[in-house]
Design a protein around this ligand. Structure first.
Ligand code: 2HA
Ligand code: ZN
Length: 270
């Protein structure tokens, strides 16, 4: 059996949490990540028959029965993951139609997965239905996207168009746009279900006055998705109170669509 701490997915998870902390997106215990693992890759590092303990999830997700995830722990600080991965992360297998998480490694201080586990697992189900390559769900609290939800309409078309207009690459990176939830109580199955519903049509879902969810095929891509949206929000927060003299027009957006072979969300461009 190989050392789990040398697994590429583990190394990448540790680097990603450290990088997200360095970006200021994950103060204190803010943020959480879940990464879907292949059974084959888990078996190189762990005896999958050896369950440390079973943890009830409080929801059902039959689509994910038998699937393995590397997940950040509840109450844990992203800044600390690199120093104590076995305390701050866990590897679980969902069983019982998703109602139980069998812990195979981690949460070594008796902890468990993130309080946002319902939103993560339900979002995996929603994204996998659209894209079989999806592996990552990532949540964090980037300041400018959060700030934007205080001063910009939460209308999804308007919110998306504003972000697209802030940097030329935005429509190329997230042509599917950004979906937006109003303020809701976090850590509940309700916000999990609402997030998953929004994940059916976009890989980015803003939680107003809280943060953002991103989904993608790997950690790098998902990080880059949030990074690009946050950059656009940063530009917006710099210029929102100034008279706007120039912008990226819808005509120019159509040129970007052609040049990069993407299609902006239906009905979002004139
Ligand atoms: O894990 O970010 O939304 C802390 C949070 C809850
Ligand atoms: Zn949060």
């Amino acid at each position: 059996m190989k050392d789990l701490l040398t697994a590429p997915f583990m190394v990448e998870m540790i680097r990603t949490t450290a990088n997200m902390y360095a970006h200021g997106w994950d103060e204190r215990n803010g943020g959480n990540i879940s990464l879907l693992l292949d059974e084959g890759e888990v078996r190189e590092y762990l005896d999958t028959g050896k369950v440390i303990r079973n943890i009830p999830t409080g929801f059902a997700a039959p689509e994910l029965d038998g699937r393995y995830f590397l997940v950040t722990g509840t109450g844990k600080y992203f800044k600390n993951v690199q120093y104590a991965p076995e305390v701050n992360l866990g590897v679980v297998r969902l069983t019982d139609g998703g109602q139980t998480a069998a812990l195979l490694w981690g949460y070594a201080d008796g902890g468990q997965f993130t309080s946002e586990f319902p939103a993560h697992m339900m979002s995996h189900v929603a994204r996998l239905a659209v894209d079989a390559q999806n592996r990552v769900v990532m949540h964090c609290h980037p300041a400018n996207l959060l700030a934007m939800t205080y001063v910009h309409t939460l209308d999804e078309r308007e919110f998306t168009r504003t972000l697209w207009q802030m940097c030329t690459e935005c429509i190329v990176v997230f042509p599917d746009g950004v979906n937006v939830l109003p303020w809701m109580l976090c850590g509940t199955n309700e916000i999990g279900e609402a997030t998953a519903e929004k994940m059916k049509t976009a890989r980015l879902v803003v939680w107003s006055q809280h943060g953002i969810y991103g989904a993608g095929k790997d950690l790098d891509e998902t990080f880059g998705l949030i990074e690009t949206a946050e950059k656009a929000a940063e530009i917006y927060m710099k210029i929102a109170y100034l008279p706007r003299i120039n912008t990226i027009t819808d005509e120019q957006m159509h040129l970007l669509e052609q040049r990069f072979g993407v299609k902006g969300r239906e009905g979002y461009l004139d």
